[in-house]
Design a protein. Sequence first.
Lengths: 404, 404, 599, 599
Amino acid sequence: MEFTYKDTKMKGVLVSISEGNLNIKLVNGYNLLVPGSSISDINIIEKIQQNQITGETSKPLEKGTRKVAFIGTGGTIASRVDYITGAVKPVLNPGFLRESVSNLSKYTLDINLLEAVLSENITPDDWVVFARAVKEKLSANDGAVILHGTDTMSYTASALSFMFQSLTGPVVFIGSQRSSDRPSSDAFLNLEGGLEFASSDLGEVCIAMHENSSDDRVALHRAVRSRKMHSSRRDAFHSMGTKPLGIYENNKVTISPEAKLRGEELILNEKLETSVALVYFHPGLTAEDFTAMTEGKRATVIMGTGLGHTGTRLYPVVKDIMDRGDHVLMTTQCLYGSVNMNVYSTGRELLRLGVIPLSNMLPEVAMIKAMHVLANYPEEDFRNTMLSNLRGEMLEREFLQEDY
Amino acid sequence: MEFTYKDTKMKGVLVSISEGNLNIKLVNGYNLLVPGSSISDINIIEKIQQNQITGETSKPLEKGTRKVAFIGTGGTIASRVDYITGAVKPVLNPGFLRESVSNLSKYTLDINLLEAVLSENITPDDWVVFARAVKEKLSANDGAVILHGTDTMSYTASALSFMFQSLTGPVVFIGSQRSSDRPSSDAFLNLEGGLEFASSDLGEVCIAMHENSSDDRVALHRAVRSRKMHSSRRDAFHSMGTKPLGIYENNKVTISPEAKLRGEELILNEKLETSVALVYFHPGLTAEDFTAMTEGKRATVIMGTGLGHTGTRLYPVVKDIMDRGDHVLMTTQCLYGSVNMNVYSTGRELLRLGVIPLSNMLPEVAMIKAMHVLANYPEEDFRNTMLSNLRGEMLEREFLQEDY
Amino acid sequence: MSSKVMVGLEIHIQLGGRKLFCNCKTESSNETGKTVERRLIATTGESGKYDPAAVYEKSRERSFKYSLTDNSCLLELDEEPPHNINPEALRKALAMSMALNCKVVDRVSYMRKIVIDGSNTSGFQRTSIVGFNGYVETSNGPVGISTICLEEDSCRKIEEKNGVVHYSLDRLGVPLLEIATEPDIIDEDHAVETAEIIGKKLILSGWARKAPDAIRQDVNFSMGFGRVEIKGVPKLSTIRSAISYEKERQTWLAELAPKFKGTDWERIKFQDVTEMFRQTKSKVIARNLKAGMSVYGTVLPGLAGFLKNGSYKMGKELADVAKLFGSGGIMHSDELPGYGVEDELPKLQELLKPGEGDGYTIIVSTPRIIGLIEDSMKSRLKKLERMDLPETRVVSDDGSTHLLRPLPGGERMYPETDIQSIPLDAILLENAARIIPKSEEQLISELISSYGISKQDASVIISSGKAQSLKEYTGLLQNSKLATRIILQALPEMEKKTGETISETELLPLLEEAGKRKWDRQILERALDLYFVDKLPLANLLSSEMIKPLEGDELKSMIENLDSEEPVDPKNIVPRIRAKTNRPFNPADAIKLVREISQ
Amino acid sequence: MSSKVMVGLEIHIQLGGRKLFCNCKTESSNETGKTVERRLIATTGESGKYDPAAVYEKSRERSFKYSLTDNSCLLELDEEPPHNINPEALRKALAMSMALNCKVVDRVSYMRKIVIDGSNTSGFQRTSIVGFNGYVETSNGPVGISTICLEEDSCRKIEEKNGVVHYSLDRLGVPLLEIATEPDIIDEDHAVETAEIIGKKLILSGWARKAPDAIRQDVNFSMGFGRVEIKGVPKLSTIRSAISYEKERQTWLAELAPKFKGTDWERIKFQDVTEMFRQTKSKVIARNLKAGMSVYGTVLPGLAGFLKNGSYKMGKELADVAKLFGSGGIMHSDELPGYGVEDELPKLQELLKPGEGDGYTIIVSTPRIIGLIEDSMKSRLKKLERMDLPETRVVSDDGSTHLLRPLPGGERMYPETDIQSIPLDAILLENAARIIPKSEEQLISELISSYGISKQDASVIISSGKAQSLKEYTGLLQNSKLATRIILQALPEMEKKTGETISETELLPLLEEAGKRKWDRQILERALDLYFVDKLPLANLLSSEMIKPLEGDELKSMIENLDSEEPVDPKNIVPRIRAKTNRPFNPADAIKLVREISQ
């Protein structure tokens, strides 16, 4: 269209109209945001079809010898600019892979794009959907990659980790911190490494993300030890308190001897008891707050201070929870290190009340594990199962790491 | 006493009786825990006075030229073995300093031992008590050190940081991760460094703790950027996303040029509005949970995912909170990095609802700041004050740190 | 087909202060020692198509190394979203738009301009139109200002080696004002005049960074064969020579193009001829062979006599392509024998079999690269044949221009979604209007009245862009005369002596101390000398004897001593004291004391 | 005042497997390259008093450097509380208590034994009594077992330099069984016998680590002047000589003590005499002076003729003190002139003025240290004067003993609060009883029946503590005969050849491969040779020609070839093949083939 804005004749394409402003792409490429009232002499020359603007030419993907299931759930890794609101929205389109992922020709992707969910909107119900999708695809493929938003990727991956009692191949979650419509996106390298991990001998649920700020190494994190530790950096994901399970570098994958290898059988226990509370203890938290948060919950995971403490003001509530047959579990809000409730008298008091000390299990993982254990194990085994190292969620040894 | 245990004649001192077991210190130094029923032929030779067992000879402390207020609140740094329960309990006794803190002769300590509180039992009311104690002592001294348990030290120090609008000297919190009755305790070096920091030109509330696992460097952390990141390591405290404000090494203190220097005036605003919730968002958190946690709270700090998100299921509750005139503030559970709610459409939606994005403020610090701001600033200034960098609680710039 | 010359300018000015989307300073650039290595991937723009410049860049498969500096943070590393826009920079951009008679947009909305040569870690440059449709008056009538954009500056390139481009992050994100004129400029002189007029406005504003490369010009040139963008023209004189060069180049290309019609460019096929060169006398080839590279040769159909012959320089056009892929250049039949290549020629010609009118060339490269070069040469020749000239070129010091990359299209722009559009409300505009740069006359009279300096001095200070410095120095020294002297005499002298540009970051602390200690001219000049020439650290300088003035009793006893050696008189006393001491003293005081003693 | 000699033993045995309070293995000790530096502070025990050993250690002001190893974690670094106790170690401790006729405690409650020589990062050793009041039968009647403790082993010392003691964390936390006898032992022979009897029990158990220092003995000695604890006696023979040495030492000390009565030890005052030694001929002094140290001298009142004269060795008693503070020793008047010190003596005597019966000494040290040495020497002499002999001593290879530190008191113990006491319930005790070590006779007959080996072999295997190895090797090789041969012949030979102890961590992977590949004795022995003597990495070894047996057609054609050179016969065939190839072959097969060929 042609139009006049502030006495200036201009030419451009109307991209959108939002809140009374016209978003016009000028011939020089700039978008102009102008109030509808301020332009005149509009002269529409041509209407451009929507798909001409956003469409991408779609060549079929090559077929390689390695077969990997490719499951999309949404997330930055598969998101593109939303020209309506101007923000990035999840739109899954694996076509962008073709040009950008250097090792793609080695693979045949068995694609299943689930309905895209924003990572922050994912709930335990979605975990079940994802788990079923993995189950369906895994038998016919060497492994699976799952594209997922980074915000809650550790939660979903941990949930799948517990739900799959045994896996016939690796399940590798891949996210990105820079959306794939940016030349600097971390998506490409993460996918490249993720595919390699997904065709390895692993039998675990893991997360593959940049190991550092450079585009040279992808780290593979065991789901139940992973945590997003930075809101924006490429290397936001950490293997908490330990080394990554694998590294992809120079087109080569190295896997730690501690990794679990693929099993013979795929066993999915998809039941979850979602009535589990996660309580962040702090000096302002009152007994009433604690009561309100734990009411009706089958289990409560406390993020206690230090080695696993809470104020004594919460003890009566803890006792009430125990008395009604529900559980209280202790983790540390420090995130690194173990709880050890033998060291201080208050810790011992909590142990005496029946609180279960979860060693160095991450709080979020403890919560998810409790959901799994409550739904799939006999009630009387709850304590022992929580204290058993089911999927490597507890570190048997902790070393002097510098970057914790 | 002399007694017979399993046909063996023994000699020892009865230390305590607990749960039917006698705790007897034998002449070879070992403690024997024996069921009362299993010993016979008891022959009490001598009664040893309690103070003979636990007393310490008390020489007066030397007087040095630097005057530092020495305020005790409890904590591991001032704790000793509790021979009754066998656990470590807070017992404040500055006498142990004499032998163990190498630079003590330079100082005259103005000691005020408050009633010892376990760090995990500290509440906002205690913050006021501590703040008043600092106020009382600071005018007559170069600075103040506060002995505090590490579990909630960052909370207390942050609270005092906001409460003191201006300080005439440094207020240095000191803790230890190994109790001072252990030869390997970190207390001694932390005190040594803490005293040096407390007699520097600073005018901030800080935390002095080991910088690494060796006994060679003490780091000074700005209270409002500090966090306990490990349950047991000496170097548990980190300056989150930035470098420490100071380093003590080889008997010398180095202070960053970014530190605030001592002011002319001591201004204490001790009011606090404690009705502030801290909500850890996760996939299992329902709108009902969120409602229960925020009911009646004047402000709610959300530890959102990634750049500051929550599931859309919470939006109606957020709207309700806004509608009743209370506040919702956003921080990130990643702990490192900023919230930035412009990047994704859900972030923008939350901004539109009126959620206040707190940049890279730590969640716990945000909660404490909200307590302070609600009580000391006009309601209409709440948003702007929360967004202002009052005490360095927000980082203006964030760098590529390797050890985050 | 040639038509009249049309020239447009793009003038880029770095604004000093803070960066555009973070809190880092624009000045100071100590490297931290850390580096990060990255790759960039061409992505599609808003309309789903790849940008030609991006596709081209991708074919070069380079990786990028970035040195972190103390004025860069996570943003420059593309590790966090942009912070809020720097309000000071926006205000200046608006004021400059007003000064250049532009309309101002209703909302500033940022775009991402895809640039995948690594000069932006994100792979794009953030840019927004602030003003448009303005003009400046010139001797040839008004020249239109099409747009004024406020953008992020790119990384500073340090070196390129083995397919890795090394950049510093110090410059990335510095606010950059881009002032683009309409192609209303008619010739070299007019271009220089227009650049001067706009440049003056910027200098008068005092907002530009005080750095050698703070102002850079691009020239858009066309004479009917499409737009050529000539990048990075540093000086006004280079504008002139670049335009002349390009005019000449397009003229001979137009002359040759018809002769190329029907040439079978596909005959260009590089063959490995390394073996012929094992015993070569060419030092440059021998060196490259030793480094493991190979020699390739191809026939150049129909190019004999056009490669380097009078005004024809097709060899250079082809060398430009080779250079882009890291090759040192080409050696072609119009210049062979030469470069020590002679003995090999018979064998070479036997292999390549150039026909009537055919030239040939050799090139040193690697198997991986040579295919890319071959493709690019062919496609370049096809373009030249049809006089399809639009491209981005870069200028050398001598004014000659070289191919840099294809001209980017509008495809490379899409919205910067991390920054919400900024409505320009009345308050913002008013604030901006208040700082519209004054005219030279206004400024001169202001300086005269504020600082009591001569019109001559004021004029020099203003046209050298030092008005802001005068204000600052006067503030520190509490002495505008002294400040003027420092600017007009002491500093230029110092720069002459050291051969270096005096940096304000170094200078200001010294002036601050000078002000505190109320140094007079002599001490200050002595101190400047010690500081900049002898490189004495400030702390040492402040405690040095050499800047302690000789005065009062000390001066008197010095004179008395001299007098006892040989009677002093007012005429010889100053040199005699100078011979005795390095310390500064007031000659007038000395003469006065001599008079007292002599009485 | 001297009374009868009373000797007690403390036998320490490291248990293999996992560490006592964490999940680290007791074996393998690759350093990670990381170190941590620490200091330790003497703290008061439960009763509020300082322990003398701790106070003494503190006066030495040393700092400690720890090398991290792959079998250490945060616990060894004192960076986390202890995990749950290793149940296997506890079970073995209980079983051993039962085997030694001990009572077992109702609850195992851990103590912290303060040790601030840095050998424990925490500054204490975790220890608990498990059993008490047992006995072993000896030829001199029963010797009581007073206690059996299950403790953490300490760090392994690497070196001590410039006041920094360097330790490895590999050994820290290894479960250590401490078996302490009553002082029922009457002489050297009886001590050796008792140690042997207890040692046998441990060896029969097979629980001890397979490391050279897995078993260490301490000897408690007294003859009426207080208890002397002699640390770290490695071999049985050294027990004998250490007791003899100590008996002799206390005897001559008792003889001298009355002569010391009334000596003014305060006359000992070190003076800096460095200047006298600037031109010294003593190499050791010259070297130390060059390193910046000083020479000090003092008179030694009343000690002339007792310093080193016949059985009197007071010089050594004083040298021990100096050595503890990092000095190399002393040079005293009973041995001067000597060590190249001669020219200086007149001047030295002039300065020190030793009177009748006085000796004197010089020592190389530093101003910071010499004061500490002086104080320690005086207090040591005062103690010797009153025959106050209790102290901790350490043994040298020759059986002589040296002062290590004062004897620690019960003060150094206080409860380990991080570990809750462990009630020993019936199930635990039953489990323990099931693994009580068998008697030698039982074990021998078990081995004979399980592995079909001779009584002779079984007995040797058991008494060398290899019963467990036999089980493991047989499991891997599926061949008990071969396993026996490996243990009794191949490995000892290998150790002889290499002069090194063969480590099981290295051996087991090889045996595993041998089992999988069903190697016969020849191949295995060849492989052992290549692996341990030629240090061929396992992967290379496995693919090596040298272990591929020569057999079947290959062997046949080799013999045929030899036969064609010179007719073969069964007698010379084996050496002739050996001369041709390194590869293993079965001689019997070769002879058989020769016979076939000859037919």
